[in-house]
Design a protein. Sequence first.
Length: 244
Amino acid sequence: MNFVAWMQAHRRSVLFLLALLALGGAAASWQLPVALFPHVDFPRIVVSLDAGDRPAERMTTEVTMPVEEAVRSVPGLRSLRSNSSRGSSEISINFAWGQDMISAMLQVESAVNQTLSALPAGTKFEVRRMDPTVFPTIAYSLTSEKQSLTTLRDLAYYQLRPLLSTVPGVAKVAVLGGTEAEYRVIIDPARLQAHGLTLADVAKALSAANTINAVGKLEDHYKLYLALVDSRFHTADQLPKPWS
């Protein structure tokens, strides 16, 4: 008996088996996880460092090399590669396939934190895993012919970002571009020297005047109120003059 004859003799059993497989596949399709990208744990971690406006040569010797020496002690590290530029540095750390990348990322963060005190003051760092979830999946652009770039950034940061963060499945919302409101203070060196002041004195006066301080508490009708003094700058005329 050949195969075709056997199939014809057992066609009911074969059809019943196919029906069971089809029903099982339909039932399983409702329970399978759905994602935009497949879950892949790439064995790579990237450390991004920001140290202001330091030249690339100083970034290499003062920031990149100490961090490289610190992360080399992380177990499972296979190789690393760094790229230093003006004020920033990026270190790519490769691990073996099958490594627990969550544990590896925590150990890398711990190693960088241990050497952070030896880095230049104000150095910031970010450690992230390289998997499909770290890349943006959708982006929106805000444009206006009437509103300034500062207003658009405030709109995106304070109004749109909280709303988008509440959408189920959204892990992080970042705001890029635009401009932040700021005041630029132009110093006259001759007048500054005539009053016996330095740039540090001007910066200290500006920082001390642009603050919000708690000055006390008030109790009324079983309610406790916190009294604040808001001395932040809202117009350019409010900027203090250290020599006045």
